[in-house]
Design a protein around this ligand. Structure first.
Ligand code: PLP
Length: 400
């Protein structure tokens, strides 16, 4: 982009990483659908030699995402879990990782079913009180892995306070910023070393692409991750990079509407007689509200809740009755989605581990889209009208 001094978020979202195509003036970065690049002489080329190592559409996306997180370097991957995998591959057997006990199911599965057997050691702890992290750090701890707000319980962790404690011990801090997006939260400015995204979610925003990214200003980590993407090859294709470049141009606009709509949904549900407990960081009585207000611009587009009888059957009836909200995994797209974490996104976490972490089997998760709020609220209202709340909740819970 032309140098725009002190460009703000929306300006960076539209322009960062991109320059008009030098050969045609095309304002949009082309989809460089190529596997290789012609060289003038052996190893004399224009910066690209083979498309696993680099592709101009990917380079533009990496520059854009890095700018949005205030990072020096961006490394894009074929999926969010490929990005997580690359970070974990930088560790060695015997290394210890501390993470939170409310984690994206796929991250938990990768950590416990792929990397634990390879000799990495994990501790999953409730880090709501940052001081508690000191008790779980060991001499072998190399990484602190934070997700905030968490999926699906919407717990909030204090990034700055945790990062300070980790850095005092030389522990690298990774923040999975997928739920907040860089528009709402910028972990590097709060002391994190690496920010990770499933770009499949808010950054992509249109439910049409799977991708991942790591953003960092740490030169060593960037070099290691670039070496890994070259060596292990979990690269995103140029078409996917193009779709993401198009999507991030409206990130700030979409997020404002997601947040407006989620705020309205959370208040509507809170006052509804058929609804049990609503989790939304924007509520003043949410345990993480103060920290969220401090480290986030707004409170995000996700709302989780239980119904008044707290049974799986009623929750399933509700999820099948919505019309604007589609029953589907994933989040962060323009479409409103409803999901059942215990059987969908978090099905790979054993039931006892889920319950211990406080994830009720009856929990319903909403990714509130950018449709008209009146239609969203009317849909929730008709779906709630259509269900019958069981009379004896305790008996139902026992049976479940
Ligand atoms: C979806 C998700 C991931 C995994 O990303 P994929 O793009 O699906 O591989 C990681 N973390 C969080 C918080 C997610 O929601």
């Amino acid at each position: 982009m032309a140098h725009i001094p002190d460009a703000r978020f929306g300006t960076l979202a539209v322009h960062a990483g991109q320059t008009p195509d030098p050969s045609t003036g095309a304002i949009m970065t082309p989809i460089y659908q190529t596997s290789t690049y012609v060289q003038e002489a052996p190893d004399v080329h224009q910066g690209y030699d083979y498309a696993r190592v680099g592709n101009p559409t990917r380079t533009a996306l990496e520059g854009n995402l890095a700018a949005l997180e205030g990072a020096e370097h961006g490394i894009c991957f074929a999926s969010g879990v490929a990005a997580i995998d690359a970070i974990l591959k930088c560790l060695k057997p015997g290394d210890h990782i501390v993470s939170t006990d409310d984690l994206y199911g796929g991250t938990y599965r990768l950590m416990t079913q792929v990397y634990e057997p390879w000799g990495l050691d994990f501790t999953f702890a409730n880090l709501s009180d940052p001081a508690d992290v000191d008790a779980v750090f060991t001499d072998k701890t190399k990484l602190l892995w934070i997700e905030t707000p968490t999926n699906p319980l919407l717990r909030v962790f204090d990034i700055a306070a945790l990062a300070e404690r980790a850095r005092a011990r030389g522990v690298t801090v990774v923040v999975d910023n997928t739920f907040a997006s860089p528009y709402l939260q910028q972990p590097l400015a709060l002391g994190a070393d690496l920010v990770l995204h499933s770009t499949t979610k808010y950054l992509g925003g249109h439910s049409d692409v799977v991708g991942g990214a790591v953003l960092t200003s740490d030169d060593d980590w960037a070099e290691r991750l670039r070496f890994l993407i070259k060596s292990a090859g979990a690269v995103p294709g140029p078409m996917d990079c193009f779709l993401l470049l198009r999507a991030t141009k409206t990130l700030h606009l979409r997020l404002e509407r997601h947040c407006d709509n989620a705020e309205a949904v959370a208040s509507f549900l809170k006052d509804h007689p058929k609804v049990g407990h609503v989790r939304y960081p924007g509520f003043e009585d949410h345990p993480g509200h103060e920290v969220a207000a401090k480290q986030m611009r707004r409170f995000g587009g996700m709302v989780s809740f239980t119904l008044a009888d707290d049974t799986i059957d009623t929750a399933v009836s509700f999820m099948q009755a919505t019309r604007v909200f589609a029953l589907a995994e994933s989040l962060g797209g323009v479409e409103s989605l409803v999901s059942h974490p215990a059987s969908m996104t978090h099905g790979s976490i054993p039931a006892d581990v889920r319950r211990k972490a406080g994830l009720p089997d009856s929990l319903i998760r909403l990714s509130v889209g950018v449709e008209d709020v009146e239609d969203i609220l009317a849909d929730l209202s008709q779906a709630l009208d259509s269900i019958t709340i069981a009379a004896s909740p305790e008996a139902e819970v026992e049976a479940a």
